[in-house]
Design a protein. Structure first.
Length: 142
């Protein structure tokens, strides 16, 4: 994911820098740095990308016309990000559960078996490995 793709993805989802930062578990400055083209750790970029993908963004690789983004067909991105981000572990679980309920409603009219929909819901509401790893790291001075 490059700076322009991050900006386009946020715009497509109607998210501000703070919204994306909160959803991805990073600081707003981190999002701003990425969008200015500054270097970030690959795990940080992965956490941001995974968050945007879970919200319905598909990243399009450069194929001669330049890199871009698009929204997943039949997906309602505004609903995926509607659950409030929470700071406490129990709050995060509540937010994931609410996101799951919203996804269930959004996918009710989509094609696919119940098992396929459940698998998609689980993938979209799972915490990215990069975020899990970052949460386990001790923070100096805290």
């Amino acid at each position: 994911m490059i700076a322009t793709q991050c900006k386009m993805a946020r715009a497509a989802l109607g998210l501000g820098v703070r919204d994306l930062a909160k959803a991805a578990g990073v600081s707003p400055d981190t999002v701003a740095r990425l969008e200015r083209g500054e270097y970030l750790k690959p795990t940080t970029v992965a956490a941001l990308r995974t968050t945007l993908e879970a919200a319905g963004v598909i990243f399009v690789a450069e194929n001669g016309d330049g890199p871009g983004v698009r929204l997943r067909k039949g997906f309602m991105p505004s609903l995926a990000m509607s659950a409030p981000a929470a700071e406490s572990p129990s709050g995060r679980e509540d937010a994931r559960a609410e996101a799951g309920r919203v996804l269930d409603r959004a996918m009710s009219s989509m094609e696919g078996t119940d098992e396929e929909k459940a698998d998609r819901r689980d993938r979209l509401t799972a915490v990215p490995e990069a975020v899990k790893k970052a949460r386990r790291k001790p923070r100096p001075g805290l």
